[in-house]
Design a protein around this ligand. Sequence first.
Ligand code: BGC
Length: 750
Amino acid sequence: MNPQEILSQMTLTEKADLCSGADFWHIPGVPRLGVQPMLVCDGPHGLRKHIDSAIQAGFYEAVSTACFPPSACMANSFDVALEEEVGDALGKDCQAEQIGILLGPGANLKRSPLCGRNFEYFSEDPYLSSRMADGYIRGLQQNGVGCCLKHFAANNQEYRRLNVSDVVDERTLRELYLASFEYPIKHAKPWSIMCSYNRINGTYSSDNRWLLTDLLRKEWGYEGMVMSDWFAVNDRIAGIKAGLNLEMPGTDHDSNRQVELAVLEGKLSMEELDSVVLDTLKILARLPQWPENATLPWEKDHALARKAAAESAVLLKNQDGVLPLWDNQKVAFIGAFAKTPRFQGGGSSHVNAHNVTNSWDAAQGRFSSLTYASGYDLSKDEDDSLIPAAVETAKRADIAVIFAGLPEHYESEGYDRTHLNLPPCQNRLISQVAAVQPNTVVVLMGGSAMVLPWRDEVKAILYLCLGGEAVGEAAVDLLTGAVSPSGRLAETFPLRLEDTPSYLDFPGHDDLVPYHENIFIGYRWYLARKIPVQYPFGYGLSYTSFSYANLRLSQSTITQGDAIIATVEVTNTGSVPGAEVVQLYVADHSGRASRPPRELKGFAKVFLQPGETKTVSLELDWRSFAWYDVQLSDWYAQGSFEVQICADCERVLLWAPVEAVSKLQRPLVVTRNSTLDQLLPHPVAGPAVRKLFAKAGITDEKLTHPDGHTLPLDYPIRNLRYEAQLTIGELEDWMEKLNQSIREAESCCE
Ligand code: BGC
């Protein structure tokens, strides 16, 4: 099929009909010209394909499918190759179910730990989030099916998500919320992108031309299609002009007729309509050739889901090496989650999981004895009636493993959390068990950061996040030491909700959400303000230990277009095999802009046998150092930086200096209020200022003497005209000529 040729044969009505879904889940085709419709379905961590795919059946009436760990969990693996493997498996599932586009992954950032949908997102950090999204998309799309990267952009809360306007500055958008999308869009090239519900600075994403055309297509070079989130369209005609190809779901042709009319009335040009239709046709042209009689590879998927869950678990505490458990121990499993695990979140991503395993079943026959007490009722927050029996069970065992966390109704699409706590009865259960059983371990389930008031009372904490359908077996793999934990926190666990960056503005008032914390979200905020946390970003323990040596950089200066290769040696210094996450951060010591103390700019996961050493290479580019300078409308860095290898965002292990030298000069317009320190470093203004003062007897030496300047460097030039012996008129003439020279110099270098 040749999209351009098809377009040239389409009537206005046919073109308009391609502007919204054929039904709830299909991109329409063009029947007269033989163009087939394409089925899309939720994701991201499994297929939610409705049995009758034309309608929106109940959330749970979908085909039985593998449920991989949701993105929040996968991000804790810090393992892009693993995410790619999961993406690949999902792509094969799409092939088997004849799905054209899977609606995922979500690359929104965790601005607040309260966002109800955080379990669907990767991280609070754009570097980690963008790399994981990239791995997912590459893995999935190599199967000839497409992704829909969502929710573009800055959909960071569920509360009034169809109405709120994020009040957020461009630098913050570029460095955080857009950066999380930018890399996968440029690198993995998702077939489609889903625009978000919310507004950004007053404009709905569905009709935001800056977002969907100027930035996405013109600046980032995106060539796929953009569909709306379901029912996210504000104004269909404005949306077409903005570059929104498809409204989803279908509107019974209602909005299509509006589109047709707009063209007939001259409110929408045929070129504007053709442009959105053509992108959609190009995607329809990719309709896969489905394999015949393919079935879902349930067993293979399950084995991968198990591996992914185990690789993503984070060991938060392991006092006295209480974990792993031994075969000859008397073990008590406590908590309803041991038999009914939490493994995915609620809302549109909820899949009909094929084979959910629980830890109780998976651990049978593994220990000298295994007992159980439920400890709490999952539907009740305040009921302590099951605690006494659990305490008795714990007392009789050598070790108590409590399965605790957030019940399903605590976090879901559609609403945000209001606090970071576990149900109070679970907190009391843990404290009371720990009071009688010195060897108490907590296995924690939940899709987002939690406050753990009992963390000093228990010996070990193993955070599974939401581990997908094989979480039960994965938990036992980890508890018994068959797998050494190697996950690291992709989001900070703060001490209190009140400490979180957006606490004062979340979820906003009057549908306005001010992003006052600007670039300081997650660990950027806690580090900059020196706010202690429960567990920092990047944190996680292992059953073995690692050491680092010989951080080397291929070069110690960088400019636009350069790359620095950082290498470091990492050794497994413990006695069991295990994987380590090498984390590289960059710290800006130039003092030229407000920057977080350090930012993640590289990571790698390496598996090491005891005693084994591997050299890890990480590539840094200009963006690894630069910040978004709104004056330049470009990425800028200048001055001293440090490359740091860290155990987590708080602990620097090795470091090396780097000097950044920008090829860009910030544009300068000299005014009466320009200060000496702004003018002196400039290649044209600097010499002119020196000459001016030299004439008045103030030599260069005096002007810039290091032990105290003759003239205050922060004084505006208007205050210094007396020293320069100029009248107001002379000063103005001087400025005019200087600005002229600056413009000439700038234009000659462009
Ligand atoms: C969600 C999307 C989802 C869509 C279709 C929306 O409510 O925000 O993530 O893909 O529904 O179910």
